[in-house]
Design a protein around this ligand. Structure first.
Ligand code: FMN
Length: 192
């Protein structure tokens, strides 16, 4: 199983990076191939809305680090999208990444609209400062639905709360539960 993680935060050693890395480590222990991509060392520009991706088979015309991710995205069995909540929504980096998926949905370019194509698994991994897990539930439900409309199989949404109380890496309970979550991702996929 091939799993990639996207860290939609600029903070190299931030909470989202920790969460995604722990999840992937758990998956790796069960034999998955994993790779993480983070906005701290990627230059990914916003979609220009030029619609050139709809006019050819060459995908997005913006030449930046999204191309480094594109190949991995194409071949991933599962994508774990790490989204910190900034001002009640996914971070700007998360939105830039999401908008840039537009090129993949070009009718000519996208593998997603093939007849009977297997939907790609997407895990939306939210984290937030506030301790109340239900605070942004309407937004999180809406985001899940949005990705489902984009033909992703959104199968689980861990919402990690209370980041205002200290960095994620200091929470031993989190380290264990994230590794277990990553491990379960692979075990659920394995033939019984
Ligand atoms: C600009 C900004 C806005 C934030 N807005 C919220 C918010 O609306 N609600 C909340 O619970 N936490 C909010 N937070 C806290 C972050 O969600 C939390 O610290 C998160 O773990 C940051 O992840 P990172 O370290 O990977 O960037 C905000 C943090 C920043 C920097």
């Amino acid at each position: 199983m091939n799993i990639i993680g996207i860290i939609a935060s600029q903070r190299k050693a931030g909470n989202t990076a920790f969460i995604i890395n722990q999840l992937l480590e758990g998956a790796k222990k069960q034999g998955a191939e994993t790779e993480a991509f983070g906005f701290s060392n990627l230059d990914i520009k916003p979609c220009r809305g030029c619609n050139r991706c709809k006019q050819s088979n060459r995908g997005c015309v913006i030449k930046d680090d999204m191309q480094k991710i594109s190949d991995a995205l194409e071949h991933a069995d599962a994508i774990v999208l790490g989204l910190p909540i900034y001002m009640g929504q996914m971070s700007a980096q998360g939105k830039i990444f999401t908008d840039r998926l537009y090129a993949r949905f070009s009718p000519r370019f996208s593998p997603f609209f093939k007849e009977n194509a297997v939907k790609q698994k997407l895990i939306l991994s939210f984290n937030q400062g506030n301790p109340d897990a239900n605070l942004f539930k309407p937004y999180i439900d809406y985001t899940k639905r949005m990705f489902e409309i984009l033909e992703f199989d959104v199968n689980a949404i861990p919402v990690i709360t209370g980041m205002r109380n200290g960095p994620a890496y200091e929470r031993e309970d989190l380290r264990t539960s994230l590794k277990d979550f990553g491990s379960a991702l692979v075990l659920e996929e394995s033939p019984k």
